[in-house]
Design a protein around this ligand. Structure first.
Ligand SMILES: Nc1ncnc2c1ncn2[C@@H]1O[C@H](COP(=O)(O)OP(=O)(O)OP(=O)(O)O)[C@@H](O)[C@H]1O
Length: 287
């Protein structure tokens, strides 16, 4: 879908992207990691045609101006820093609907799930919203469109934990789009991706496929014990269909192979409560 060949971007003669070469296939869901200043945002900006550069970037074989026009129509982007837009939120949403094909009903639903009532904020200037509210609106617009590729630059950085969890669920539900997600929280996006790419000083230093020994449709049996009962944890595991002992300390249940990372991501949020954890593959194979 996207071929990047020897992409170099210099600021003040310093190469921030250094002959970077990479292919992104349709259906790829990539976590882009790397320390501050590694070049993640600069790569996105080059992909989106915001910056001139050396080397080539092609979308389905077309490069240059033609690529830029088609990229805009087919790519949704949520920047790390929201732009200081003065227009009211309602106008921004109307613009997304008319100009970028966003679906109004879908945007309303997405915003609602992330805890934002569009009627309440529609007359407020975008730049006066809180950091988290701005991010929620930008995510709403991005997920309200039918696109081939979604690019998210630290999209959950300003979200509270509840909205962050909903956001991850929303991405997991978008099975058809390719995704490129820059994040400093790999454990959070790991359940969503099939590829992890690490940049260091403008070069790809790791390009790993995320593989699971189990096949889709197979299960692991999980057993978790807590040091003390914890109602939110019990409620979260009830949602996964887990059984609990009467004391509320021991939980058992099946974890589908395809959901393993998402499950581990959930456990990570409660890490300090967990006394022991077993993920037993053999048990389920014998059942
Ligand atoms: N417009 C610009 N002018 C000059 N230097 C820039 C510009 N944009 C980025 N840089 C520099 O390019 C380097 C890479 O920045 P970039 O924002 O791509 O990193 P990043 O991997 O996204 O980092 P972070 O994890 O902090 O978001 C940094 O050293 C930064 O200072």
């Amino acid at each position: 879908m996207i071929t990047i060949d020897r992409l170099t971007k210099r600021f003040d003669r310093r190469a921030v992207l250094d002959e970077l070469t990479l292919s992104i296939d349709a259906g790829d869901r990539i976590a882009l990691i790397g320390s501050n200043g590694a070049g993640k945002t600069t790569l996105f900006r080059c992909l989106l045609g915001h910056y001139g550069h050396q080397g080539t970037i092609s979308f389905d074989g077309s490069a240059g101006r033609r690529r830029e026009a088609s990229a805009l129509a087919r790519v949704a982007f949520v920047p790390q820093l929201p732009p200081p837009l003065r227009m009211p939120v309602g106008e921004l949403l109307a613009f997304a609907e008319r100009g970028a094909g966003a679906d109004a009903a879908l945007m309303r639903e997405i915003a609602g799930r992330m805890g934002i009532d569009l009627d309440e904020v529609k007359s407020r200037p975008f730049y006066r919203l809180s950091g988290g509210q701005k991010q929620k609106i930008l995510v709403t617009v991005a997920l309200g469109r039918a696109v081939d590729l979604m690019i998210f630059d630290e999209p959950a950085a300003n979200l509270d934990p509840a909205a962050r969890a909903v956001f991850i669920d929303l991405l997991a539900e978008r099975k058809e789009a390719s995704m490129l997600i820059a994040s400093h929280r790999l454990e959070e996006v790991a359940p969503l991706v099939n590829r992890v790419i690490e940049l260091d000083r403008g070069r790809v230093v790791l390009d790993d496929e995320v593989v699971d020994r189990l096949r889709a449709g197979e299960f692991r049996m999980a057993t978790i014990t807590l040091a003390q009962p914890h109602e939110p944890f019990a409620a979260a595991l009830a949602g996964w269909g887990f059984a609990t002992d009467p004391a509320g300390l021991r939980f058992t249940g099946p974890v589908p192979a395809a959901e393993t990372f998402r499950f581990l991501g959930l456990l990570a949020r409660y890490g300090s409560l967990i006394d022991s954890l077993a993920l037993d593959q053999d048990v389920m194979e014998r059942v």
